[in-house]
Structures are given as C-alpha cells and as structure tokens.
Design a protein around this ligand. Structure first.
Ligand SMILES: Cc1cc2nc3c(=O)[nH]c(=O)nc-3n(C[C@H](O)[C@H](O)[C@H](O)COP(=O)(O)O)c2cc1C
Length: 337
C-alpha cells in the first residue's frame, strides 16, 4: 500500500487532493459527495470584501434613515428580526459544512484592501474553519503604483488578518510578480503557512459586433497547469511555506506532475465542475495505481524530486531549458522554403 498522506497548513491529510474554492462547496450535497469521493479537505467559495462592504453600507443607510425619525413611516419598514446578511449566511454555511463533514474545511477570504472586512477572519475561525485561504485577486493597473507597493499590499493584508486569527493562513497568489520567490519569502516572514499557485485571471473578450467587453469564464485545460508546476519546482526548497497548486489540474497525470515538482496539495476545480464531484475518486484511484505500479512507497518519497532544488544553479537551469525549448522547434513540412 502506497502511503498517500500529505500535510498542508499543519493539517494531516489522507491524500493530496483538495477541491479548491468553487460553487461545489456552496452546496452541502456536493460538498458531501466530494468527501465521499475521497477529498482530503475542502476550500470554501470566497467571502468577498466588496459584498461585505455593500451589505454593511446598505445596513448603515437603513439605520441612518431610521435615526432621522420618520415617525409613523418607521413602523412600515422595521428591520426584520430575522434579517440575515451575506456574511451571516456564509458563517452559517461554514458551521453546517463543519457539522456535516469529517474533513478539514478551509474558509476563503477574498479582497484587496486592508479594511474592516478582514475582521471576519475571527468569525470564520470561531465558526470552525480549520485554516484560511486569503485571496488577494488584484491586478495592478495604475501607473502610479509600483511593484513594491503591490507586494506591500499583500503583506499588509496578511499582517492585518494575522492580528485577528490564530489558525493557519495560506495566500492564493497571482502569477504576475516579477520576483515571486522573494514575494513568497516576504509572506512567509509575515506569517503565511502556505501559498496557492495561482489565481486564474479571467480574460475578458471584446465582442466585435457590439464593441463591448464581455466577461468570459472558460474552464481551464491541462496546459495551464504547466506555469504552476514550473513555479512550484522553482519554489520547492526555497520556502518553508506549503505549496498548493491550483489551475489546470484536470487528470491524475497533472496531479502527479505537481507533486513531483514539490506541491503538498493539488487543488481541483474545473475538472470537478465539468465531470462531477465523483471524478475526484477516479483521479485518486488512478494516481494510487500509478504510484503502486511505479513502486513508490509514499508521496513524500517523490515530492519535489523533479524540482529545481536538484539543479545547481536554478536560474542557469531555466535559461538552458529556454534555449533547448527554442532549439527543439521544427517547422511543419512545406511552411518555409
Ligand atoms: C465557477 C468558479 C467559481 C470560483 N469561485 C472562486 C472563489 O469563490 N474564490 C476563489 O478563490 N477562487 C474561485 N475560483 C477559482 C478556483 O478555485 C481555481 O483556483 C481556478 O478555477 C483554477 O483551478 P482549475 O483550473 O482547477 O479550475 C472559482 C472558479 C470557478 C470556475
């Protein structure tokens, strides 16, 4: 029997397959099906800064109008006793997940400013979250903002959240850092226990008939996993943070590659949305069979064995790889004379 256990954010996991944030966690039935299929933990869909702020300002306006005193009108619009905010619903759902599932539940906070919304981390911890994923889904698009300021934004939000919770925090990152390894080091020093590589930035498309920008959510393909696997291989051995790979892990082969590169956890989303929660069980079975037939005793035996820790000079290794890849190109017959 291959030992497929892994460890992530101090949590002992029965295997490295963890569904990432998606609508599958928003439904108790699909969450249960994921656990039944073998998921080792579950990341919840996010609690968003913007939605919290919207809800809070909505309530503030309401109470402000009440305090202005509109006499009889007040009785026509009382605050319903059972009024529940977006964040109340999220907390309640987390409690339900915790009482329904045996696997660890990682709640997800998603925002870009160092504001009051971060205090919800404490409530998530009190509601039973085993860990938190902090997703700063941010695209720097202002010419006045420097790369250093962008990095500082991540560190400050993490620092603020650390002030409210004691459970482990992992940061879901963008691939658009010019010095990712150093960025991860800064986050590690600020107290992050893990990083999730990477957010998928949804690319809006231009409709040529209406000249409107259309938001488009396309599910990923395995090709997207290679960027993540490469950075995992670069980071492995250079950080004490756990590494989770998210993006383009569609098959057991993608999962194995991420583990060989050094991932502690492999996140699945698109593949489960497309094929259903039970598909996780298929990936688990195929991964275990592969490990068995290739005579691996455990996941820790292979973890990081194809990382750049094994290249003497990682930057030179990357450069050599780059040149080899360019040299390997062959023209299709008949295209060039
Ligand atoms: C419909 C949908 C909803 C998602 N919701 C969230 C979310 O609430 N928070 C978050 O951090 N990521 C969210 N994601 C991103 C996924 O967790 C994952 O990181 C991304 O889809 C890449 O993984 P994949 O290639 O396996 O899909 C969502 C993705 C999809 C497709």
């Amino acid at each position: 029997m291959v030992d497929i256990t892994s460890e992530y954010l101090g949590l002992k996991l029965k295997n490295p397959l963890v569904p990432s944030a998606s609508p599958l966690s928003a439904n108790l039935d699909s969450a249960r099906r994921l656990e039944d299929a073998g998921a080792a933990a579950l990341v919840m869909h996010s609690l968003f800064e913007e939605k919290i702020e919207y809800e809070n300002s909505h309530l503030e306006r309401f109470f402000h109008q009440q305090s202005l005193g509109h006499g009889e009108a007040e009785s026509f619009h009382p605050v319903p006793d059972d009024y529940r905010t977006y964040q109340d619903d999220y907390l309640e759902h987390l409690r339900k997940l915790k009482s329904t599932l045996d696997i660890p539940v990682i709640a997800s906070l998603n925002g870009i400013t160092n504001g009051g919304w971060i205090e919800y981390g404490k409530l998530l911890q009190e509601a039973g979250a085993d860990a938190l994923e902090l997703n700063v889904y941010y695209l720097a698009a202002n010419h006045e903002e420097t790369a250093q300021e962008v990095e500082q934004r991540y560190v400050e939000i993490l620092h603020a959240l650390k002030g409210h919770v004691t459970i482990p925090i992992t940061m879901k990152l963008s691939p658009h850092f010019s010095a990712l390894v150093n960025m991860v080091r800064q986050l590690e020093l600020a107290g992050a226990r893990g990083v999730a590589l990477f957010n998928r930035f949804y690319q809006p498309d231009i409709d040529l008939d209406t000249l409107r920008v259309e938001p488009k959510l396309e599910l990923s393909t395995s090709a997207e996993s290679l960027l993540r696997i490469r950075w995992t291989a670069i980071l492995y051995g250079q950080t004490r943070c756990n590494i989770a790979v998210t993006g383009g892990l569609r098959t057991y082969k993608d999962v194995l590659k991420a583990l060989f590169a050094g991932a502690d956890v492999t996140h699945l989303c698109s593949t489960l949305l497309q094929s259903g929660p039970e598909y996780l069980g298929r990936i688990l079975q195929q991964m275990s069979e592969w490990l068995d037939s290739n005579e691996y005793a455990s996941i820790s035996q292979l973890k990081g064995s194809v990382s750049q820790q094994h290249a003497i000079d990682p930057a030179a290794f990357e450069r050599a790889n780059y040149i080899n890849v360019l040299d390997s190109y062959t023209h299709p017959r008949g295209v060039l004379r």
